[in-house]
Design a protein around this ligand. Structure first.
Ligand SMILES: Nc1ncnc2c1ncn2[C@@H]1O[C@H](COP(=O)(O)OP(=O)(O)O)[C@@H](O)[C@H]1O
Ligand SMILES: [Mg+2]
Length: 396
């Protein structure tokens, strides 16, 4: 029995492998209509911040069996409560000591810097507005091109909480919000990356670790739009380096379950590229959706195996290339209206729709296409995703 906090698409995509493994899922959902609540039978309603709801999720008062382990589909959970559950004997995976680095980008940067993991140059901003302003001006003064990236330490996702700035006044609102109790701020160099990579790692409590091939992830407006697995043309030595960095993070932070390590590929000394770690997600991640159709074991199955401390499955790709295209927003009333056309045009496309209400730019689903010819695989994944967004596409 696995208890999961959060009722979005990530919890929803745990349901098929849970059914296959014969594992009961109990998911705490924000609302009875969420993506996960539509497919998980045991889906109590409650907020992730609701201590009583989480306690009831783990050990129902009516005497139903308690959960073997508590895990998450997002990081926004009260850490003190998790520590308390651990003290009470409930396995929480990833544990609160690891999870905090996925909740707070300042804590994460500090810890990765201590571990010697390569990161962008960064600094935490002081709280008092005049001090914050002068610290940011000083950072900008030394920044190439006079640009830097300011981030809220907590609560950001999909680029919300990330701002490229050239002057301190551009984050006056965030500085004021922090004084009023909002999240702390950090500043990072604006990394001149050639592309973004991600390494997905799974680690179980007994220490077994597996990684999937390094992928390229393409963001539009701060949101992941497309993932190519494996990252095309990646120098095998850099791939190995990226893999080692990700394993170092998983082991160094004692992460259990699936960990996604987002990285930047940057030009290094002597024409060789290097990687810098951007951020961490301690759960299945958008950069790993390709594994549902393109690898022997999907990240969702692996997460369940890892948190249950079962042997991890093989992470071998099942095709030369897999491209995942996100469906971000749609002009349709119902995405399923596009299924006849998608099925007829792209019979090889693996469509995954999340059952979410349509809003501009919202992640509503994704399409995976696998094959030998990358250009063709990409064209088909994009084409199917475009039809699901309600767009016209060219005949081919
Ligand atoms: N230091 C940086 N330099 C250049 N681009 C950045 C930097 N930090 C973030 N970005 C861009 O913004 C995106 C979102 O930032 P990230 O820290 O991953 O926040 P989120 O939590 O919203 O995913 C990244 O995927 C990258 O495209
Ligand atoms: Mg990110």
């Amino acid at each position: 029995m696995v208890a999961v906090v959060g009722g979005g698409q990530l919890a929803r995509m745990m349901a098929p492998p849970a059914a296959e493994l014969g594992v009961h899922l109990r998911v705490l959902v924000e609302d009875p209509a969420t993506a996960a609540a539509q497919v998980v039978v045991d889906a109590p309603v409650g907020a992730a911040s609701d201590e009583a709801a989480i306690r009831e999720l783990v050990a129902p008062a009516d005497g139903r069996p308690p959960a073997d382990v508590l895990t998450f589909e997002h990081e926004h959970v009260p850490n003190a409560l998790l520590a308390d559950l651990v003290d009470g004997g409930t396995p929480v995976r990833p544990g609160p000591g690891a999870l905090v680095q996925a909740q707070d980008k300042i804590v994460m940067r500090r810890r990765l810097t201590d571990l010697g993991v390569p990161c962008p140059r960064w600094a935490a901003l002081p709280t008092e507005p005049p001090a914050a302003r002068s610290a940011l001006e000083a950072f900008l003064g030394e920044a190439p091109g006079g640009e830097a990236v300011v981030k809220t330490a907590r609560g950001g996702y999909d680029g919300k909480g990330v701002r490229v700035v050239t002057a301190a006044a551009e984050v006056d609102d965030w500085v004021a919000a922090h004084v009023a109790g909002g999240p702390e701020l950090l500043v990072e160099e604006k990394v001149p990356f050639t592309r973004e990579l991600a390494v997905l790692v799974a680690r179980r409590p007994s220490g077994e670790v597996r990684t999937w091939p390094v992928v390229e992830s393409i963001q539009r407006d701060g949101v992941c739009a497309e993932v190519v697995a494996p990252a095309p043309g990646l120098d095998p030595e850099l791939a190995e380096r990226a893999r080692q960095v990700a394993v170092q993070v998983a082991e160094g932070l004692d992460v259990t379950g699936v960990l996604a390590v987002e990285m930047f590929e940057v030009p290094g000394e002597g024409g060789r590229s290097e990687v810098l770690v951007n951020e961490l997600a301690m759960r299945p991640h958008n950069s790993g959706h390709w594994t549902i159709d393109g690898a022997t074991t999907s990240q969702f199955e692996q997460h369940l195996r890892a948190v249950l401390d079962l042997p991890l499955g093989a992470t071998t790709p099942t095709a030369r290339w897999t491209v995942m295209a996100n469906v971000l927003g749609s002009a349709l009333d119902n995405l399923t209206d596009a299924l006849p056309q998608v099925g007829a045009r792209f019979p090889e496309a693996r469509v995954n729709l999340y059952g979410k209400g349509i809003r501009p730019g919202r992640k509503l689903g994704h399409v995976n296409v696998s094959g030998d010819d990358l250009d063709e695989v990409r064209r088909r994944a994009r084409g199917a995703a475009a039809l699901l967004r309600g767009e016209e596409i060219e005949e081919s």
